[in-house]
Design a protein around this ligand. Sequence first.
Ligand code: AMP
Ligand code: GLY
Length: 443
Amino acid sequence: MNILLVGGGAREHAICEAIYRSKDVEIYSVMSNLNPGIKKLSKEFIQENEKNIEKIVDYAKLKEIDIVLVGPEAPLELGIVNEINKAGINACCPTKEAARIETDKDWMRNLLKKYKIPGQLKFKTFSDEKKARKYMEDLNGDVAIKPIGLTGGKGVRVSGDHFNDINEASKYVKEVIDNKIGGKAKVLIEEKAIGEEFTLQAFSDGITILPLPAVQDHKRLLPEDKGPNTGGMGSYSCENGLLPFLSKSDYEEGAAILQKIVESLNREGCKYVGPIYGQFMLTVDGPKIIEINARFGDPEAMNVIPLLENDFIDICKAMINGNLDTKKLKIKKKSTVCKYIVPEGYGFKSMIGEKIFVDEDAIKSTGSILFYASVNKDDDLVKTTSSRSLAVVGISDKIDDAEKICEDALRHINGDHIFIRHDIGTQELIDKRIKHMIELRGM
Ligand code: AMP
Ligand code: GLY
């Protein structure tokens, strides 16, 4: 069976390893950078912009591909799955209509409202700065300001974190509208949710979903969750599939929300096939929906995919064939800690083309898994691009051990211009998150 993987990040490297573990597959890949991990596992690859759909479809036809898997959201928005399907090839990802759940935040919020899905937040969209200001005042300034379309996880600003008063908030609203940040001269104003964030990813065939362990991603650039939002600096998950602040019933509520979203998409005539991602805020009133993504999370994919004992392609086939209800996920009961290595300046102005020395054998000897991200490798040297560079995942029975294993591996990655959030997965940071939730519940 021939599989085509689109994307050259660490999430795609994790997907690639899972495909590689499957029976009787040959991997072909398309990536814009030269990810050495994906390259090694692929029978053949092309270096191509992941948004060049025509080229990718031609390549899929040429290589007689049976299933296409797409990691990043940008090609999904452009309708890569629609075009792949038109060519008579299956894709285990959503069509552009179903992917609107991620690519159009206005549509997403209205869908949740129409189908009365639990976990909603108050919201309105505006093209007029003055009206937006009035709404923000009505919400006492406790808001999140969001561009409507894709911004690579960097367009959202939240009160208290990124601005402190209505004037600053209005300034950003104007910037989003005037500069069409996220593709439209429109802005989404949302009620600010207070609590602890968690990610719930699931496989979906459009009817049934099979949820994966919960993960907490740390999106802020700096230790102690300070600084600007990034694509994610690292993440952790626990052996019981929950999180230290997340109960089984909170998890089940999150999964029920994802199930209802998949059902509502089906009723809208856009069946959702592929991995789906829910970002939730666990508040004192239960989980609230922060965003829904039409793909695996990055870094969160790296926490859950290595734990999957099922044949990955067998699950993909069940998503495509609509018989996910006949499958049961087998997940290793292990904790995971994932830490990203990013170029110095990431989040502001990344240092590009800087060397990173990676001792793959030494990393392997620690028991950690290495996933390459947006790097290039020429002349045997790994070099940074503007995005995240590589990630290390420690896996063990308990979280503290997984964190130590991850840190052991990080000692074998060196460079003069790299940055790592070493606090991710430490007991100290986890205790802070637990304390935060206890304080909120006590208020
Ligand atoms: P998003 O791109 O929508 O995931 O937003 C990026 C980050 O902004 C989230 O991970 C949250 O930390 C924060 N955020 C987004 N929306 C809200 C909200 N309504 N209330 C509080 N924080 C939010
Ligand atoms: N880690 C956040 C995302 O993948 O969108």
